[in-house]
Structure formats: structure tokens, C-alpha cells
Design a binder for this molecule. Structure first.
Ligand code: NAD
Length: 484
């Protein structure tokens, strides 16, 4: 019997679930054991055309006619339903992404919270009256872009849908969502919840399929007026090029090589759980993973020893057994991460701590043993490239200036953490770190859906999350009226 109780092989266009044009499908694989999980639709350019047209029709019809308060209420209703189904959503994510149950449940709760936040904010985004020449009244209006495209990756589908689709709907856009081909069950479940909540037909379309097919068709579609993309740097560049042809704005949320910086005066007991968790959460497949840990010389050995101890205690296993670390998403990702682990051994780097794979893991599951590597040269590939697996590089430094040089010395700039008891130093570091978010004496602030998020450099541009996202998902129109 299938572990999924709805038809996963369809696209959602104009409020109707149907087969993709030509009836093509793609297989989903359960990364915990390599078994066939489900078939999803393989949408083509024709399906994307239909979804964009249906979204435009929704804007010209019932969805566009709703007031901001009514839109907000719909989002709040969606939030309530998501929360009520959080356990089931976590189970789907465990099957599909290999995400441990507790982490999947946290993602579902975050999705509900995004919908709650943006539902509450929908009727609180205001324009301004503008002091202008005598005889005029001038003001600004915030309006939706129109049809917005949302191309999301497989690692945090629920959170990314919450922050982009949630904010876009709040502002009155109609969304076409392209989930990742590796994992799209919670995207489908979310769309069903939106329908249950009463979202008008066409306000949300879903076109699962291949990136180079459905994704590329959506990014290039002339009917799309804004693109929100979360994924790799290489595909981000393609998306921006496609958007340029139609002169539409894009938000690019790309990769990272984020540092946590531990000064010798830090509260190490407080820091320790964050240092390791931010590296191994979701098996390291997190854009904001703290894949580099910079430690000031006097406490370097102590921090490495304590991190290594935690590594040795990590429980690895199938996602439904709710381990600390589940499998990687796919055999392809496994091969990539194993390549970096081989590089560690070939380079003769110091493996300070390694978790052990337990006996009896399913042979076709995509498991790796998390690896802590110490004394890594900041210029080494391990300290420069996004690995997207549970491998952390620990790098020693001496003093603030060197910490900054190392921290800023990669092509990325997404997130940074600073651990210190010195308030002045915390502020100096926060100002000089080149990234989109800085956390002092914490890392991630528990998800912080209220906190604007995004990158600089190769980590992308534009901001999602928080109130700021509502500006990104709307257009400012200025009106100047001449009168006596
Ligand atoms: P990816 O770029 O391969 O795929 C992301 C999405 O883009 C998928 O839906 C895919 O189907 C689609 N896509 C692929 N090729 C396309 C094309 N030519 N045109 C249009 N769409 C296309 O990324 P991935 O490997 O699935 O995800 C991992 C990457 O995402 C990592 O680099 C990670 O850091 C990044 N990421 C960033 C954030 C963030 O918020 N900054 C969050 C999660 C993941």
C-alpha cells in the first residue's frame, strides 16, 4: 500500500488537479531506503503556459477582487490547517526528503507561522502621502506585481514556500510554484490545504517537473512579473538571465559557506550545541549551514575536542526513526559529499571527529557519517566550497582582523555567527561581516521568520522573510493629482 493517500502525479492549474500535458511523470525515491515512493507530474512548457494564464485569470477575477483583509483571513485559515496537519506534513517530508521527523515538524510549524505572519500583515502595508508642490496631492500605492513565479529546492520546501508564496499571496499576487523534482510532496499537500482554506482557483498553481523543462519555461514566461528563486548559484545565474529578457525583478536566495566565529571569551557551553547543530541539521543540506567554524587560538583545542565528542554521539538513521542525522537527498548528493570526504583523506587533513554509521542501515539509503575536520587552511576547497553535506571545517584564527579576513574570504555571504562576551567586538564584527544576517551569541534565532533574510555576493540578492518581503513582492506606484 502506498504511504501517501493522495494522487501525487498531477499538476494544479486553475484550481483543477490534472495530469501533465502528455501524461508524463517522474519517480520520487525515498532516500532512507532507496525505494520507489511515488510518481509526480512532469510538467512541460504547455502546463506552465496554462498555469500562468490561469493565474492571470484569477488576478482579473475573484482573487484580484478580494480586499487585503480577506486575503489575510485566507492565509490565517491556511495557517490553522497547516498546523492541524503538521504531523502528516512531517511524515511526508521524512519520506520524501529524508528529513528527521522532529525537523520536518519544525518546518511545518514554521510554514504555519509564515502564513500567520503574512496573513496578519496583508492589510498593514501602506503607501505614503508625499509633500509636493502646492496645488498637488501626491501619494504612493503598493500593488501586486501580478503573476509571480516561485522556484524552490528540495531541502526546506515548506519553509521556502511559506516565506515566498505566503508573502506573495498576502500582497495579492497570483503564484505559480515549481517544486524540486527530488522532493515535492509537501508542496502538493500545501496546495491542497490552500484549496481547503478556500483560496480562489488559479491564485496558486503548481507545476512539478524538471528544472530545465518546467523551471526554465516558468522563468522565461512573458506572463510572469516577478521570480523568486531559491537554489544553486549556477541555476540562479540562468534565472537572472531569463528574467532580464522580460525585464522582471528576481529574488535570488543561493548558497553559502557561512562561518560561526568563536572568540576566546565566549560562553562555550552556550555555543557548543549551536556549533554542531548548525552543521549537521538536515544532514548539512542547509543554505545557511555553518559549514565553517572559526575558533580563536586559545580555545581552539578545547572547542574541537568538545565538538568531536558531540560528533561521535550523533545518531544516524532512517528519517522516520527521527535520528539526529537522516540520509542525504539522493544518490547524486551522496556521491558529491563522499567526494569531499575523499578529498579530506587525500589531502591528509585532520579528521577530529566522525560519527559512526550504525549496522543494519538500508543498503540503498543515502547515508554518510558526519565529519569534523580541524586545522583547515582557509584557502582549501573544504573551506571555500559549499558541500551541502554534514562536513564542518574548523579553522583557527588570532584576533578580530584575521577572523574577519577569513570569514569574508569566500565567494559567499549569507549568514554569520559571532560568539563573544565583548559587546563592542560583537558590534564591530556585525558591521564588518559581509553577509545578509549576523547572529551574536546564537545562530539562526530559532528560524526567525520575522527577520529579513538573503545574501550578498554569490549568496544572492533581494530579501525574503519578515515584513521586508512584502515590499519585494509588491510594486510602488506614485500618483500625483493636480488641483487648485
Ligand atoms: P538547484 O538550483 O539545482 O534547483 C533548485 C530549483 O531550481 C529546483 O526546483 C530545480 O528544478 C530548479 N531548476 C533547476 N534548473 C533550472 C533551470 N535551468 N531553470 C529553472 N529552474 C531550474 O538547487 P538544488 O541543488 O536543488 O538546491 C541546493 C541549492 O539551493 C544549494 O546551493 C543551497 O545553498 C541553495 N539553497 C539556498 C537557500 C537560501 O535561502 N539561500 C535555501 C535552500 C537552498
Amino acid at each position: 500500500m502506498s504511504p501517501i493517500d493522495f494522487d501525487t502525479s498531477q499538476v494544479l492549474v486553475g484550481g483543477v488537479w490534472r495530469r501533465a500535458a502528455g501524461g508524463r511523470t517522474l519517480p520520487l525515491v525515498n532516500p532512507s531506503d532507496g525505494s520507489a515512493l511515488a510518481q509526480i507530474a512532469r510538467a512541460s512548457a504547455a502546463d506552465v503556459d496554462a498555469a500562468v494564464a490561469a493565474a492571470q485569470a484569477a488576478l482579473d477575477g475573484p482573487w484580484g477582487a478580494l480586499g487585503a483583509t480577506e486575503r489575510g483571513r485566507l492565509l490565517l485559515q491556511m495557517s490553522t490547517l497547516v498546523l492541524a496537519q503538521a504531523d502528516e506534513l512531517a511524515r511526508l517530508e521524512a519520506l520524501d526528503v529524508g528529513k528527521p521527523l522532529k525537523q520536518g515538524r519544525a518546518d511545518a510549524v514554521a510554514l504555519a507561522r509564515y502564513l500567520e505572519f503574512y496573513g496578519g500583515a496583508a492589510d498593514k502595508v501602506m503607501g505614503q502621502t508625499i509633500p509636493f508642490a502646492n496645488g498637488y496631492t501626491a501619494f504612493s500605492l503598493r500593488e501586486p506585481h501580478g503573476v509571480t513565479a516561485h522556484i524552490v529546492p528540495w531541502n526546506y520546501p515548506m519553509q521556502i514556500i511559506g516565506r515566498s508564496v505566503g508573502a506573495a499571496l498576502a500582497m495579492g499576487n497570483a503564484c505559480v510554484l515549481k517544486p524540486a523534482e527530488e522532493a515535492c510532496l509537501t508542496a502538493l499537500a500545501f496546495a491542497r490545504i490552500a484549496q481547503q482554506a478556500g483560496l480562489p482557483a488559479g491564485a496558486l498553481g503548481v507545476v512539478p517537473g524538471l528544472g530545465e523543462e518546467a523551471g526554465a519555461a516558468l522563468a522565461a514566461h512573458p506572463g510572469v512579473r516577478h521570480i523568486s528563486f531559491t537554489g544553486s548559484v549556477a541555476v540562479g545565474a540562468l534565472i537572472q538571465a531569463a528574467a532580464a529578457k522580460n525585464a522582471v525583478p528576481v529574488t535570488l536566495e543561493l548558497g553559502g559557506k557561512s562561518p560561526q566565529i568563536v572568540f576566546a571569551d565566549a560562553d562555550l557551553d552556550a555555543a557548543l550545541p549551536f556549533l554542531v547543530n548548525a552543521g549537521i541539521q538536515n544532514a548539512g543540506q542547509t543554505c545557511s549551514a555553518a559549514s565553517r567554524v572559526l575558533v580563536e587560538r586559545p580555545v581552539f583545542d578545547a572547542v574541537v575536542a568538545r565538538m568531536a565528542e558531540r560528533y561521535r554521539a550523533l545518531r544516524i538513521g532512517p528519517a522516520l526513526s527521527d535520528p539526529d542525522v537522516g540520509p542525504l537527498i539522493s544518490a547524486r548528493q551522496l556521491e558529491l559529499v563522499q567526494g569531499y570526504m575523499a578529498l579530506v583523506r587525500e589531502s591528509g587533513l585532520h579528521i577530529a571527529g566522525e560519527a559512526a554509521l550504525p549496522a543494519g542501515l538500508p543498503a540503498l539509503g543515502c547515508y554518510v557519517a558526519p565529519m569534523l575536520v580541524a586545522d583547515v587552511n582557509p584557502a582549501h576547497r573544504l573551506a571555500q566550497e559549499e558541500i551541502f553535506g554534514p562536513v564542518q571545517a574548523v579553522i583557527p584564527f588570532e584576533g578580530e582582523a584575521q577572523a574577519l579576513t577569513i570569514a569574508n574570504g569566500t565567494p559567499y555571504g549569507l549568514v554569520a555567527g559571532v560568539w563573544t562576551r565583548d559587546g563592542g567586538r560583537a558590534l564591530r564584527m556585525a558591521r564588518k561581516l559581509q553577509c545578509g544576517q549576523v547572529f551574536v551569541n546564537n545562530y539562526g534565532a530559532g528560524g526567525g521568520i520575522e527577520l529579513p533574510f538573503g545574501g550578498v555576493k554569490h549568496s544572492g540578492h533581494g530579501r525574503e522573510k519578515g515584513f521586508e518581503a512584502l515590499y519585494g513582492f509588491s510594486v510602488l506606484k506614485t500618483v500625483a493629482i493636480k488641483h487648485d
